[in-house]
Each structure stands twice: as structure tokens, then as C-alpha cells.
Ligand binder design. Sequence first.
Ligand code: PGA
Length: 251
Amino acid sequence: MTRRTLIAGNWKMNTRRDSAAALAKGVVDGLSDSTDVEVVLCPPSVYLAAVEECVVGTHVALGGQNLCAEGDGAFTGEVNAAMLTDIGCGYVILGHSERRQLFGETDADVSKKLHAALAGNLIPIVCVGETQQQRETGETEQVVREQVKGSLAGLDEARAAGIVIAYEPVWAIGTGLTATPEQAEAVHAFIRKLLAEDFGEDVAGQIRLQYGGSVKPANAKELLGQENIDGALVGGASLKAEDFLQIIAAA
Ligand code: PGA
């Protein structure tokens, strides 16, 4: 089963209009034409248009960091799937641990957003991962199982193959701590087994699984070399074109 490697940059709530455009241009210009890696940039929503201008017609795709599952209407402050596709997004990150921890998003919320994303022709990148405490108390598999099953509730086999799941251990996000390739691979293999339970081996074999959590040029190659790791969701290191390009090259 060949799964196309997907490297996504999650800029979170960083950059300004000028620096966002400069960063996007830096990535576009530094990318070799021959790369068969899929590359996605996820800027803050107010800068999607500025980044879209830089990536349109290139190999680099655009993604949102979140969406509102509702259609147009009275939802002050929100952005929906139709708006993200309208501005040129092909992807959207859903259920990031920061959304779960800081904004109270539940698996049920993520599932609603997943269906809205798919209905709007966006490829969802669904994030799951355990906290430090959950890992220490041996709950990693249970937590990941609940998040995967809950976030993918109601998803049918036909659509499942097109989604992306990012395994991001919370203790590794922005901390400089990275899961070892063996730790990451073990959870990725576990997630693929969970997916096979619900969607069959064939579909589970097509779903791309990204690793996220302090991915850097120095550790990217080893992580991405693991059998069940099909890409990376990169935070801090995606804010420097040079570092992000090195991660892409490692893939
Ligand atoms: P990090 O963030 O690479 O800065 O750890 C990853 C993420 O939160 O997606």
C-alpha cells in the first residue's frame, strides 16, 4: 500500500500578514519541482487569503486550523467549511489538542466538524493524543481508542480512506520532547489496527497517519522512516521556511 507522504505546517496563532506571505513564499520557492511529498500550510484564518496568493498554482496546498460545523448564519466569530474551500483550502486540522484542552472541544464536536469538512470537500486532519499523565498511568491506548472512535463516529468506509489522522502526544507538543520513533510507531500501528476494526484492512491501509509533536529537521527522517508514519504535522519548526523545507526533504 503506498500512501503519499503529507507534511503540514500548523502556524497556530503566529505570523502577521507580511511574515505569513514571506514564509509561504519561502516554502514555495525552496520546494523542488520533483518532490512527491504533499505539502500543506495552515495559517491563521485571517491570513488565508494572503497565503493563498503565494501558493496558488504551486505544489503547496492550503489548510484551515479549525472550522465551525454549521452552515452560513448567525454564528458570530466562526468560519465554516464553505468559507475555507472558497478561499482555496483543501485541508482542515480538526480536534487539535489545543482546541480540546483550551476550548473544550469534545470528540462529538470533532465528529460533527469531520462530517462538515467532508461535505465541504475538505480533507480533515483529525488530531488525537494522550497527555503526559495518561501515558504515565498506562492509558495511552485507551485514550487514543476513545478519541479515534469518537472523532470518527458516523464515518462510512467510502469516505474514511480520504481522511488523515495526526497522532500528537500532548506532552510532545511545543515542549521539545519528541516521542521516540519506536513510541510513535507503536501508537500509529495501534491506530491503524483500530481503523481496520471499523473500516477493514484495505481502507485502514489507505488512511494517512501523521506524527506531530516537536518534529524538527534533526528527528524528521527517523520518525518518517517508520512503517506506519505517513507524514508530519509540524508546529514550531513550520514557522521557519528553512526548517520546514528540511523536514520535507527528509520525507
Ligand atoms: P510542535 O506542534 O511541532 O510545535 O510541537 C505540533 C502541533 O501542535 O501540531
